[in-house]
Design a protein around this ligand. Structure first.
Ligand SMILES: C[S@@+](CC[C@H](N)C(=O)[O-])C[C@H]1O[C@@H](n2cnc3c(N)ncnc32)[C@H](O)[C@@H]1O
Length: 241
C-alpha cells in the first residue's frame, strides 16, 4: 500500500529469505546496491487473530509466515515429545520455565486438542508460578516466540540468507539487517563478523555496536524497543589485503 506511488519501480517476489539469490538472479539482476532484512513478524501478522501469532486475541494456533507450506504451531504442540518441546521452548524462547510448560502441554493434549492461541496461553498460565504470571511481559510470550521461530525455521535460514545477500552485492553496496531478539542478533553479528575477517573478507562492518531506536521512537512505536540494526558494506577486491 505504502509503495503505491512508486509501484512502477517496484517488483514484488514472494519467497523465503533463503530464496533471495535465486529470486534476484531469476529476475535478470546480477548485482544489487542494497539489501534490507526486516526480520521477524510484521505488525499486521501479529494483529490478525486468524494468523495465530498472538495470544491477545483468540485464533487458530498457526504462526506460519507463509501459509502455503509447512507445519503449524498446533502441529508441533500436538506431535513433539515432551523433551523436544522443553528444549525448543528453552532454546528458542529462552524461557526458564520450559520444562514445566512442556509438561503442562503434554498433560493438556492428553485431555483434548490445543488448537487455539488462548488455549495454549491458558496452559502456560497454569504451568508457571504466580509471580511469573504477573510479570512485566505476558508469561506466554517466550513460549509463543519459540514456537514461531520453530514453525518458520527462522534461525536456520538467516545465516545462508545473509551470505547470499552479500554475494550479490555490488562493490560499495550494503546489507542492513534489523533483528528483534537476541538469538537473531547473535547470528547477524557473527555472520557479518565472519564475512569481514580473514584474507577472503568481502565486507566491512559499519556498525561496531548495533543501532537501536531512540527513546522518542520507542515511545512512539513500542515494538521498536527490541530492534537492532547492523550494516555491512561490500569491499571491492582491491581493498582486500
Ligand atoms: C518486520 S516485517 C516487515 C514489515 C514491512 N517492512 C512493513 O513495513 O510492513 C517482517 C516480515 O518478514 C517476513 N519474514 C520473516 N522471516 C522470513 C523469511 N525467512 N523469509 C521470508 N520472509 C520472512 C515476515 O513474514 C514478515 O512479513
Amino acid at each position: 500500500m505504502r509503495l503505491r506511488e512508486v509501484a512502477h519501480r517496484v517488483h514484488f517476489r514472494h519467497g523465503n529469505f533463503c530464496d533471495l539469490k535465486a529470486l534476484i538472479i531469476g529476475s535478470g539482476v546480477s548485482r544489487v546496491d542494497g539489501v534490507i532484512f526486516d526480520l521477524g513478524v510484521s505488525s499486521p501478522q501479529l494483529d490478525r487473530a486468524e494468523r495465530g501469532f498472538s495470544f491477545r486475541e483468540d485464533g487458530p494456533l498457526d504462526m506460519r509466515m507463509d501459509q502455503r507450506e509447512g507445519r503449524t504451531a498446533a502441529d508441533l504442540v500436538r506431535d513433539l515429545p515432551e523433551t523436544e518441546l522443553a528444549d525448543l521452548i528453552y532454546q528458542l524462547g529462552e524461557e526458564r520455565y520450559s520444562r514445566r510448560i512442556a509438561r503442562a502441554i503434554v498433560q493438556a493434549r492428553m485431555q483434548g486438542v490445543i488448537a487455539t492461541t488462548w488455549q495454549l496461553a491458558a496452559v502456560v498460565e497454569r504451568a508457571v508460578p504466580a509471580s511469573y504470571r504477573h510479570g512485566r511481559i505476558h508469561c506466554a510470550t517466550r513460549t509463543f516466540q519459540a514456537l514461531r521461530i520453530a514453525v518458520n525455521r527462522e534461525l536456520d535460514v538467516l545465516e545462508p540468507a545473509l551470505r547470499d545477500a552479500v554475494d550479490i552485492l555490488a562493490p560499495g553496496g550494503r546489507v542492513c539487517a534489523v533483528s528483534f531478539h537476541s538469538l537473531e542478533d547473535r547470528i547477524v553479528k557473527h555472520t557479518f563478523r565472519a564475512l569481514a575477517n580473514g584474507p577472503e573478507a568481502s565486507v566491512r562492518v559499519l556498525t561496531k555496536k548495533p543501532v537501536i531506536a531512540s527513546e522518542n521512537e520507542r515511545n512512539r512505536n513500542p515494538r521498536s524497543r527490541s530492534a537492532k540494526l547492523r550494516v555491512v558494506e561490500r569491499i571491492s577486491k582491491e581493498y582486500v589485503k
